[in-house]
Write a protein that binds this ligand. Structure first.
Ligand code: SAH
Length: 346
């Protein structure tokens, strides 16, 4: 269920129903949707081709959720930009803009905080406050595009929160962000990362969408994975990998496995061999990244040599692996680091 006053989270059909109820001609639907999703206005007053009276009527009932920049940090190393956004109720979320050869990629948040409890992650240290609406996820893109005067071409749902713990709004976001009359992002340029909420991976599968599914695996067996990710107690490695195989079979889309490497925990040669064995024959790719150190977690990233050796073992067993660059290391670019500092008053 969406908040039925949150007009930027509505599909054109839903706006059409409102227009009909208000006795407006049907072309108003397209105008309003365009103002919300192409012009990305933050108020009804900016909708200049609607009469003053109509703008007033709409604003009496409906809200346009946006986010404002609370803090912005630009990395001196690689021009990655980290934003701390304030939402309408005073909560904070983070987004990270990265520049690649192929364009701008924005990492967006799906919840304020997170309740998944991964031991290495800053987003979950204070639990979850609430989920974001589709419009609040979208508004992170709009705010960055306006601030930087650029067009974001790629979106990764890898910011704060667990997108599949906010399933309906996440699905709505995917559909709105790729709507041809709206932002019109390519579904193939969107990645969604999950810690492995298995039933919702199956629900997503039914949608047959062309985005890339990333799965935060981080360990090859239950013993290590449970010690890092409490969600593994509910859906263990075998259950998750079965869902992933079913997903690739149903969609023919390759899955990306995220593997954040924590020194002395999940980075041994034995782990690499076990991982290669478990992923054998699957349509997949592994992204290795040394974990970003977060003070409270006590986790330290693996050395570059360890990461390279781990990657080499996977490659030798026919599993493609990429060692990811760590961008924005000087600006707290890892999930949840900036909001955590804001809350602690640092
Ligand atoms: N909840 C989703 C998406 C958000 S986290 C998920 O779990 O996939 C995005 C990715 O960053 C996940 O793979 C997550 O495990 C990883 N991550 C979180 N904190 C990290 C850190 N300190 N260092 C490296 N990766 C981290």
């Amino acid at each position: 269920m969406i908040d039925n006053t949150d007009i930027r989270s509505m599909f054109p059909e839903e706006i059409a129903a409102i227009c009909k109820e208000m006795g407006l001609p049907s072309f108003r639907t397209e105008q309003i949707f365009k103002w919300l999703h192409v012009e990305a206005v933050d108020s009804f007053d900016e909708m200049s081709n609607l009469s003053k009276d109509l703008r007033k009527k709409l604003s009496d009932v409906y809200k346009i959720f946006n986010c404002t920049i609370e803090k912005k940090q630009v990395s001196l190393y690689d021009s990655t930009v980290k934003y701390l956004f304030r939402l309408h109720d005073g909560e904070f979320v983070e987004s990270v803009l990265m520049k690649y050869k192929y364009g701008y990629s924005l990492c967006v948040s799906s919840q304020v905080g997170c309740r998944m409890g991964c031991t290495f992650c800053a987003s979950t240290l204070m639990g979850v406050v609430r989920s974001l609406s589709a419009s609040e996820i979208l508004s992170q893109i709009f705010a960055v595009q306006k601030d930087m005067q650029i067009r974001v071409s790629h979106v990764v749902m890898m910011g704060m929160g667990e997108p599949l713990d906010n399933y309906d709004n996440t699905l709505r976001f995917l559909k709105l962000a790729t709507h041809p009359k709206g932002l019109n992002l390519s579904m193939r340029n969107i990645s969604l990362s999950t810690c492995g909420i298995v039933p919702n991976i199956y629900r997503l599968m039914e949608e047959k969408l062309q985005f890339t599914l990333s799965v935060s695996l981080h360990a090859p067996n239950d013993e290590i994975r449970t010690s890092m990710m409490p969600v593994n107690k509910k859906w263990n490695v075998d259950t998750l990998l079965k869902a992933c195989r079913d997903y690739t079979n149903a969609t023919s889309r390759r899955i990306s496995f995220e593997y954040s490497m924590v020194k002395g925990t999940n980075d041994s040669d034995a782990c690499a061999y076990e991982l290669a064995e478990k992923l054998k024959g699957m349509l997949c790719h592994v992204n290795l990244i040394p974990v970003n150190a977060v003070d409270e977690t006590g986790c330290i990233g693996s050395t570059p040599e360890r990461v390279r050796k781990f990657a080499a073992i996977l490659e030798n067993h026919g599993i493609t692996a990429t060692v990811r660059r760590t961008l924005g290391a000087d600006i707290d670019a890892a999930c949840g680091q900036l909001r955590r500092k804001q809350m602690k008053g640092e």
